[in-house]
Ligand binder design. Sequence first.
Ligand code: HEM
Length: 538
Amino acid sequence: MNKDGILNPNSQTEGEGAKTLTTRQGHPVTDNQNVRTLGNRGPVTLENYQFLEKMSHFDRERIPERVVHARGAGAHGVFEAYGTVGDDPAGKYTRAKLFQEKGKQTPVFVRFSSVIHGGHSPETLRDPRGFAVKFYTEDGNWDLVGNNLKVFFIRDAMKFPDLVHAFKPDPVTNIQDGERIFDFISSTPEAMHMITFLFSPYGIPANYRQMQGSGVNTYKWVNQDGVGVLVKYHFEPLQGIKNLTQEQAQEIQGKNFNHATQDLFEAIEAGNYPEWEMLVQIMSDDEHPELDFDPLDDTKLWPEDQFPWLPVGKMTLNRNPLDYFAEVEQSAFGTGVLVDGLDFSDDKMLQGRTFAYSDTQRYRVGTNYLQLPINAPRTHVATNQRGGQMAYHVDLAPGVNPSVNYEPSTALGGLNEAPKAGQDHEPEYKTAKLVRRKIDRTNDYKQAGERYRLFEDWERDDLIKNLVNTLAPTNKLIQDRMVEHFTKCDPDYGRRVAEGLNALNDQNAAMQKGPIGTTGSADAVHQAEDVAKESKPF
Ligand code: HEM
């Protein structure tokens, strides 16, 4: 058995027998070519157990794909702590064991993904990229479910299904449609920062190795004394950052629509292990009225000059999965999966996300998804959870009375609660009315405008072109509203998008609605028919 338990532990590992084909019942298969028939021309008989088992398992080979982030690639690796947070010992801010000692190694599994389209969609699409890390720590698992971009479209979990519906293909045509996207976005001013990144070259990372990672949401760290601080996580690729323009992406897509998966797999096979430095930004745990944004707002960056990036460790990916389905497809990450010393903040997006992940995983993978080798912690697991589909084993140590699946038990020898690892974190006591309201310091445009000005010329040109091409075929009201938003970010931003749209309208360009990135080319729809040669029916 390999060390992550992916292979069957009972299978013979050596000798000729190791290669013998069997059924799942362990019966050797002597003929895998022919079904059992009455005479060699059929008919087939129904007691054909071996055939029925083979076919019915095949019929069930797929599980539902992730509702978002369906297309992805994964790899194993290691996180090595620096033992410090910037110049301070890590323990000043968090008691999480994985960060404490210099050189301490924690195994990780990372899954990169694109968000909107299905499991085999091209890896050249304009889309945020997922960056999900599972740390198998000595205190159980910690999942950091992040993206490459450091901000997000919305700040309230209530809006997530609508956001995703707008970006997913139209339910009638099954085609992604820039008009539907901007129909939604034009009423979502908090999305301007993310849209500015997404339509720039950062919206198409060149591959997975050369992109950043970020936890996006605000979390907490808690030290031994129970003192909490707000924290944001970042991963910086030691390979550098590389992005593609729309044209470069289209060129690659015509030749290879799996280029990012292939790049990651081949780099690791060749021993060219990708590495990221992990850094954090820290803020005291309060509302920070002096800032012009809310520290819990995931549409904002924390300015680096006020909240420096402090290095905490390095992550290296050094082993490809043995089986894509068992390890990558069945992997399950969630924002609720934290270890002692790490905590949630009051960020309401984060709290909304925390419900969604394990909920979808019980449906997508199954009730006992945490017993699968890729998801199971590499540490002591003892629960009173029993049953459910595909319960693989009982989560108990041999010395514990298996009849006691409840707690507390007075005399019969069941499981006991664990001792506390440190002082409880007791955030400031607050009273508030139960409301449905957005936060006060929305400040939707300032950081988007700053980003626009910070881009290099070629990045800004690409941003304007991509926005104009996607907006040109949309309803005039949507265009006007978007120009208004961009103008509020930066007058030059709004002016350039407006000029681009006017120029296209003047040329009476043949625009066609469609997926972001490929809009603006009505010709492409008919091109295949025009250039293809005719063949005869056969
Ligand atoms: C309220 C907002 C959000 C909700 C409800 C939500 C929900 C989901 C769901 C249901 C999945 C599929 C999980 C699975 O099938 O295993 C998913 C995957 C994912 N989400 Fe979110 N999400 C939200 C926001 C975000 C944000 C802000 C980020 C980035 C920080 C993010 C990053 C990811 C990643 C990386 C994955 C793929 C994980 C993997 O590789 O398996 N999501 N999300």
